[in-house]
Ligand binder design. Sequence first.
Ligand SMILES: Nc1nc2c(ncn2[C@@H]2O[C@H](COP(=O)(O)OP(=O)(O)O)[C@@H](O)[C@H]2O)c(=O)[nH]1
Ligand SMILES: [Mg+2]
Length: 307
Amino acid sequence: MNNENHIDHVGICSIIGQPNTGKSTLLNQILNTHLVAVSPKPHTTRNRIMGIKNITSDQEDYNAQIVFVDTPGIQIGRGALRAYMSNEAVTAAGDCDLMLFIVDASKKTALDDLLNLSAVKHTNVPAIIALNKVDKVSNKKNMLPFMETCSKSGRFQEIIPISGLTGNGVDILLHCIAKTLPQGHRLFPTDMVTDRSELFLISEMVREQIYLQLEDELPYASAVVVNEIEEYKTKDDIIIRAVIYVESESQKSIVIGKKGQRIKEIGTKARKIIGTMLQCESHIDLVVRVSHSWSHNNQGLRRMGYT
Ligand SMILES: Nc1nc2c(ncn2[C@@H]2O[C@H](COP(=O)(O)OP(=O)(O)O)[C@@H](O)[C@H]2O)c(=O)[nH]1
Ligand SMILES: [Mg+2]
């Protein structure tokens, strides 16, 4: 047994909440990197994604490893993709040491609705609640009744106002999470940031651009599959070959845009973020293909990697 791997606080913390409350933004803030896709549109996150935060005794009076699991928002809705996303969130909620609930403090939230979700109701995993987006709340006193309701429910060990966007309160939140977790052996090496492959992370950054740049149903009908990453001219220079799948010919024309302008813009923005993430120069070769109704059946989901 390696004593270096025995640390003060270690465990898995699932980030749970309704769509668009800022779960993925918070994870990026905690890891100080652009690991997961974020957009103003609900349902941006489709898979469970692990993000590992190490706290060392140089930074605090303890050391810790918190394994965060970002989830698609807990949601109701029809369709194979929605069912897959919901299942991802429910599984994460049941399979962790701590649940971190995120609510949007700038909106009215019915705590009962949150606590009655089946994913939450049938587990007695310890929970912390973060009231997010406090930067948008001009009168902080307005948050007090909701905080009181949370407190009275007796379900939460801590109730913490934060802003995942500005980072306000995030250190306090991290501290509370770490202190909740027991002593134990590190679950992952300290240089590991996520369980996801480079191919997956790259496809998510392209998908993020589709969510940011296109409207209506299009983001929801699209999937991105990265087929290969190759060295390009030098070893610090890569070329990514990826396919954007949509569900109809008219969607394909929209993604390509007039004279190819839209797909060019998606590639340009995505490659900048990917370049920063992988710390290399990246080029991207994007093509658009139609896969009719892929989001409506299990075979289609599998083809896009949602398994
Ligand atoms: N003002 C403000 N906006 C936020 C904050 N956190 C997230 N957002 C925005 O809320 C939207 C949804 O964020 P996202 O992280 O994708 O939410 P998720 O669906 O819960 O993962 C995005 O437009 C974010 O920029 C916050 O603390 N303050
Ligand atoms: Mg998300």
